[in-house]
Ligand binder design. Structure first.
Ligand code: LLP
Length: 429
């Protein structure tokens, strides 16, 4: 048997030219469940988590999986069973945590636009902490909690004004971003929070962006947060925890982000150096736990050679994989069967949606024929979760692979499900 590894994807390999995720041949899954199909590796998720767990060994720490990256129930169940809490941004995400058997006490609730109804649901469920993002939200949350005879546990999300050096749409810790409370307003906001009757100040929070591939922005943000912790506590307001957000990048196209264990060892050393090592620590990783644990399988429908470009038209589209269209993001694209029977050609890989922005990869050399299958790599994060039904395309099925076993964790949506909640108007006279 010949085995070829794919760099950066430890659980994905060609065995005798057939792409396998863990012990499962992906061609078999594409045929059994149809395409487009998302497939995730349980071992890859647990290995990514283990790097964080090593970095935090012996610490008072909690890893709150930022479930916006991939909120499928079986994925949440896996992280809950592995001891994670969750970072949520809506009442819908809270409902998913509860449905997956997660413990609400381990949940932190982020987001700039929490509604009163969402605050009530979260208080009723007994979540661990609200990460408050504005002074106005603080007042509203206090009022909601008071009306329920409760005190809401809060952290103030600080905007540390640090450049995460990532795509502008996923950079969140700069002054011009809508997130968090400006550095210079933080002390006043804590003083106000400490006086509000419906609040219980618990901690401090920040998140500077996503797909961060350098350690410097993290180190900068850490210094700024520790300065603020000192300043807040000098006012007599005790902070039980620091929540440092998520954002660690993954290898999509040869990027070399720091490994989670090495990064956290370094960051925690800063914490120790400033005498803060005993404090409870929380983080909210999303992409780095799931991104490279997943692929999206797709079938080639047509090859369309052209004067300027060759198009490889596949059955997955921007509604299934929105990252290329939204951020000009790169995802690797490889064949499921690497025996390369067709002549190699350079293609733009595009979907069936009626928009020129519907592309999955540009200028990719592929040796494929119609009806053959491809895998879009690094599709575990922000793909299924950001999917839509644009062009009335049903959402794909999802499979979780565990060794040689494949579990169907989401059925392919039926077209009738897409318009189930719609109504025709009564016939006119
Ligand atoms: N915590 C907060 C408050 C966040 O806003 C986010 C992500 C995370 C944690 C998790 O960040 P991660 O570890 O996944 O980088 N759709 C974009 C990414 C948007 C990230 C939004 N916030 C993409 O596909 O690149």
């Amino acid at each position: 048997m010949t085995t070829t590894l794919l760099p950066g994807h430890p659980f994905l390999r060609y065995e005798n030219k057939a792409l396998h995720l863990e012990g499962v041949r992906l061609l078999d899954l594409a045929r059994r469940y149809g395409t487009p199909l998302y497939v995730y590796s349980r071992a890859a998720m647990l290995e990514a988590l283990a790097a964080y767990q090593r970095g935090f060994a012996g610490r008072k720490a909690r890893i709150c999986y930022a479930m916006k990256a991939n909120s499928s129930l079986a994925v949440l169940q896996l992280f809950a069973q592995a001891g994670c809490g969750f970072d949520i941004v809506s009442g819908g995400e809270l409902a998913r945590v509860l449905a997956a058997g997660g413990d609400p006490a381990t949940v932190v609730f982020s987001g700039v636009g929490k509604t009163r109804a969402e605050m009530r649901e979260a208080l009723r469920a007994g979540i661990g902490c609200f990460n408050v993002e504005s002074e106005a939200e603080l007042e509203v949350l206090s009022g909601v909690a008071e009306s329920m005879g409760m005190r809401a546990p809060v952290s103030i999300r600080v905007n540390p004004n640090v450049d995460a050096k990532t795509h502008p749409y996923i950079s969140t810790g700069l002054k011009g971003n809508k997130f968090g409370i400006a550095h210079e307003r933080v002390l006043a906001t804590y003083q106000r929070a400490a006086k509000l009757p419906g609040l219980h100040v618990k901690g401090i929070d920040c998140h500077i962006g996503s797909q961060i591939t350098e350690e410097a922005p993290y180190l900068d943000a850490m210094e700024r947060i520790l300065d603020l912790v000192d300043a807040v506590e000098a006012q007599g307001i005790r902070l039980e925890h620091i929540d440092f957000g998520g954002g660690l990048g993954i290898n999509y196209d040869g990027e070399t982000p720091p490994a989670a264990d090495a990064l956290w060892t370094k960051l925690l050393a800063r914490l120790d150096a400033r005498g803060q090592g005993e404090r409870q620590f929380m983080i909210e990783p999303g992409r780095s736990l799931v991104g490279n644990a997943g692929v999206c399988l797709t079938q080639v429908l047509y090859l369309k050679p052209g004067e300027q470009k060759n198009f490889c038209i596949v059955d997955a589209a921007m509604n299934d994989l929105p990252r290329p269209m939204m951020y000009e993001a790169y995802h690797g694209i490889v064949p499921l069967d690497d025996s390369a029977s067709a002549p190699p050609r350079v293609y733009d890989v595009v979907g069936p949606i009626c928009e020129s922005g519907d592309w999955l990869g540009r200028e990719r050399e592929l040796a494929v024929r119609p009806d053959e299958y491809l895998a879009v790599l690094s599709a575990g994060a922000y793909c299924s979760a950001m999917g839509s039904t644009y062009n009335t395309r049903a959402r794909p099925a999802e499979v979780l692979v565990d060794g040689h076993t494949a579990h169907l964790i989401r059925e392919r949506e039926a077209i009738s499900d897409i318009f189930r909640t719609e109504r025709l108007v009564p016939a006119g006279p």
